[in-house]
Design a protein around this ligand. Structure first.
Ligand code: DHB
Length: 509
């Protein structure tokens, strides 16, 4: 057993939860002027002369790069502070050098979004430290030779006078507009706009997946003209999605399918979270705990009962062409498929020195995990959310808030919660619900070719069925999909950059 590994996994499970979704202080670029503001508005013509040069240490090595921060990616921004790209390029490319085999022309463009909780997100900066003083993903990517276009986007709580300008679908329209800017300026910008690799976690993972799935779909067309987005392609090459909170129409039933045996819940109380409680964990994080009441138990049963027919309607197949299905009780080959991913994850952890011999839900023979008791595995911790996990009957969830609009701050987005609403809630526009879900673009011929999807085995923010369905459908539609449930990892992202970057190098070179 490696002490280091145990430390790492303890660190991950106690500290990395929803790191990105927590307010991390003010925008470091708040007082920095926009890079492309002119006397007549924002110019969508990239101007490479406006850079600043920076050098910084990354893992003992000096990385020099050029930065052009706060490029507004639409002509008529609604909230310019959020609708920006921070653009970073390794200095080596201006000296005619190669890095990791890439040149200024061939380097892939890494496109991290900093979206969490479907909240407004300013574009991340290279110099901002990650959790525990960690070097930013952006600097690590520059070290690897990638050009980085870090993107911000409007989110659900945005607005000065009123409270709606960042409601769905603003967040995806913004990401697509940023991609259009990169394609429109490809000849002038370092990096290859035909090699854009999107990266995001949780809500940001869902939006990364949607960006990749919906490339060039005409469904979004009506939204671009008003913003003055560049007239160019919004398709991307590859998607990295960590724990995507996607497929919201079916996430409630999937949640109960996986977690219905768990009647106790426990989650961070985001409403009580302050910078101080977040930074000083010695007193513990503010938590909400409780047990499902009788009404909630009935909701759980009803939602769980809906999942098998949805799942079976997808006609999922494994790599051998065998059907992945569920019976009325929620058992069957689809459940076995996820259990097999858990087994593979446990075996990888063992090969990396983690001792799993005390995990009673695993069958271990000769040092290899051969089976998992799925229901016992699920019971190793409490459920996180109360039913319905996403479309709350009292309209209290972040997702209800996402689907609100100018006149109604929170709305339902599933038939079940609309019919059972305790708040006489309204239903969101069906078209907006449709264009927010990556699953609705699985057969889009212009969707990204390469996909890397990760959801930690200890992530209880959404059912593992959600990422599994996405991965399987993509593979069935001819995409190259790398899908895994890394062992012991809770709801978080960017924890395996060495592996992420080696995947990028494999597909981009
Ligand atoms: C996020 C987490 C959630 O549990 C959720 O429902 C939506 C978003 C997030 O961390 O981005």
């Amino acid at each position: 057993m490696s002490f280091n590994k145990i430390l790492t996994s303890c660190f991950l499970s106690s500290f990395m939860v929803v790191a990105h979704a927590v307010p991390m202080g003010d925008n470091p670029l708040k007082n920095v002027p926009f890079a492309n503001q002119t006397n007549h508005g924002f110019s969508l013509d990239f101007d490479g002369s406006k850079f600043v040069k920076r050098s910084t240490q990354v893992n003992g090595e000096v990385i020099s790069y050029r930065a052009i921060e706060k490029i507004v990616y639409v002509k008529n921004p609604v909230e310019a502070e959020y609708q920006t790209i921070n653009f970073y390029v390794p200095e080596a490319y201006f000296l005619g050098k190669k890095l990791n085999g890439y040149s200024a022309e061939t380097a892939p463009i890494f496109l991290p979004n900093s979206i969490g909780g479907y909240m407004p997100a300013v574009a991340a900066t290279a110099e901002a430290k990650g959790m525990g003083g960690k070097t930013s993903t952006i600097l690590q990517a520059l070290k690897q030779g990638y050009v980085v276009a870090s993107v911000g986007a409007r989110g659900r709580t945005l607005g000065h006078d009123s409270n709606y300008t960042g409601k769905a679908p603003a967040i995806i329209i913004d990401l697509k507009s940023a991609v259009r800017y990169l394609h429109a300026n490809d000849a002038k910008m370092p990096g290859d706009a035909n090699k854009i690799i999107s990266n995001g976690t949780s809500a940001g993972g869902a939006m990364s997946a949607l960006l990749g799935a919906s490339g060039n779909s005409t469904d979004y067309e009506n939204y671009f003209a008003e913003l003055g987005a560049a007239q160019a392609s919004d398709s991307i090459f590859a998607v990295s999605a960590y724990c995507p909170i996607t497929n919201l129409e079916h996430a409630d039933m999937a949640y109960e399918w996986q977690f219905y045996t768990l009647t106790d819940y426990e989650r961070m109380d985001m409403s009580k979270l302050t910078a101080q409680t977040y930074n000083d964990r010695s007193k513990g994080m503010p938590m909400i705990t409780g047990s499902l009441d009788n009404k909630q138990l009935i909701v759980s049963q009803q939602l769980k009962a809906q999942f098998p027919s949805y799942l079976n309607s997808l006609n999922l197949k494994d790599t051998k062409g065998l059907p992945l299905q569920l019976d009325a009780d929620g058992n069957g080959s689809f459940k076995d498929y996820i259990a097999e991913r858990i087994v593979a994850s446990a075996n990888k952890a063992i090969s990396e020195g983690i001792d799993l011999s005390n995990e009673k839900y695993l069958t271990i023979e000769n040092g290899k995990v051969t089976a998992v008791n799925f229901d016992a595995f699920i019971a190793h911790k409490k459920r996180m959310k109360t039913p319905p996990a996403f479309d709350a009957l009292d309209l209290s969830s972040g997702e209800n808030n996402l689907f609100g609009d100018k006149t109604t701050n929170n709305k339902h987005f599933t038939a079940y919660s609309f019919e059972n609403s305790q708040a006489k809630g309204k239903m969101a526009d069906s078209n907006i619900i449709h264009i927010m879900n990556a699953m609705n673009y699985m057969d889009n011929p212009q969707s990204a070719t390469y996909w890397r999807i990760r959801a930690g085995s200890s992530d209880y923010d959404t059912s593992h069925a959600i990422s599994a369905i996405l991965a399987i459908k993509l593979r069935m539609n001819g995409k190259q999909v790398d899908y895994a449930l890394p062992w012991g990892i809770p709801h978080s992202g960017d924890y395996d950059l060495v592996e992420l970057f080696s995947w990028i190098d494999k597909i981009a070179k």
